[in-house]
Design a binder for this molecule. Structure first.
Ligand code: NDP
Length: 239
């Protein structure tokens, strides 16, 4: 059997597409998110699905231990779970800021913490971190979302520097707009409507399968080849 891959945020969008892709390539999987039904309904072979909120490090670590007992050491962590709550500095609630900081930064770090030691010892492994074009360019309404994605880019690159001599890869995937549920959680209706208009104007948006293809391409390079970062957006996306 091929090596174990862990995907956070596998219940929709990019995470679900990557899960299907990696399963097709023969990997056993650990799928993590809160909506367990969505993950179970994919009905993928050699796959453990767990209802894990990644801000709860104990339940995250427990699920990872359980998967390793079944399928062996984690060879790849895809740190994909994320929340985008767009807002203005003077009106957005502190709770929304906390959610994005907790999920997009702290949850990602917990996953890294769990796998980094064992990957270093085994001198093998790959960690993907989902950044964004919002982690490269600032833009109004993304005060905290953008800050968390800039943080992901920084964490991912420092992690690469830390782990490179141990033959472990840290790879940043930075998509532009992808057609998923991501926007639906924004509570500011005006911002949401305007963002939707931007999406409609672009038209031919990236889809989750495009990102799954890209992650598969980077993962399937020889372990001695590390594609450090992939920044990808729809051709018609101008921002
Ligand atoms: P979705 O909203 O479709 O997916 C987000 C996933 O994150 C869901 O599976 C959700 O699962 C999971 N998630 C959210 N909070 C938690 C939590 N506390 N614990 C565990 N899982 C959680 O959006 P995308 O697929 O688009 O997003 C995936 C990643 O890609 C994100 O990091 C996003 O920032 C990034 N990205 C997306 C872009 C886009 O335009 N779509 C562009 C650039 C980057 P559940 O609710 O079941 O827990």
């Amino acid at each position: 059997m091929k090596k174990l891959i862990v995907i956070t945020g596998a219940s929709s969008g990019i995470g679900a597409a990557v899960a299907k892709r990696m399963s097709k390539e023969g990997h056993p999987l650990l799928l993590l998110a809160r909506r367990i039904k969505n993950m179970e309904e994919m009905n993928l072979p050699n796959t453990l699905c767990r209802n894990v909120d990644i801000t709860n490090k104990e339940s995250l670590y427990k699920a990872m231990q359980e998967a390793e007992a079944l399928y062996g050491p984690i060879d790849c962590l895809i740190n994909n779970a994320g929340v985008m709550l767009l807002g203005h500095p003077e009106t957005q609630s502190e709770d929304e800021w906390d959610t994005m900081i907790d999920v997009n930064i702290k949850g990602l770090l917990y996953g890294i913490k769990y796998v980094a030691k064992s990957m270093k010892e085994r001198q093998c492994g790959t960690i993907f971190n989902l950044g964004s074009t919002a982690g490269r360019k600032t833009s109004k309404t993304r005060l905290v979302y953008g800050a968390t994605k800039f943080a992901v880019h920084t964490i991912s690159e420092i992690l690469r520097e830390e782990l490179a001599s141990s033959n472990v890869r840290s790879i940043t995937i930075a998509p532009g707009i992808v057609e998923t549920e991501l926007l639906s959680h924004t509570t500011d209706t005006t911002i949401k409507t305007n963002y939707q208009k931007t999406k409609d104007t672009i038209g031919d948006l990236l889809i989750a399968d495009d990102i799954a293809d890209i992650i598969s391409y980077a993962y399937n390079q020889p372990q001695s080849v590390c594609i450090r970062e992939i920044l990808v957006a729809a051709t018609k996306q101008t921002v």
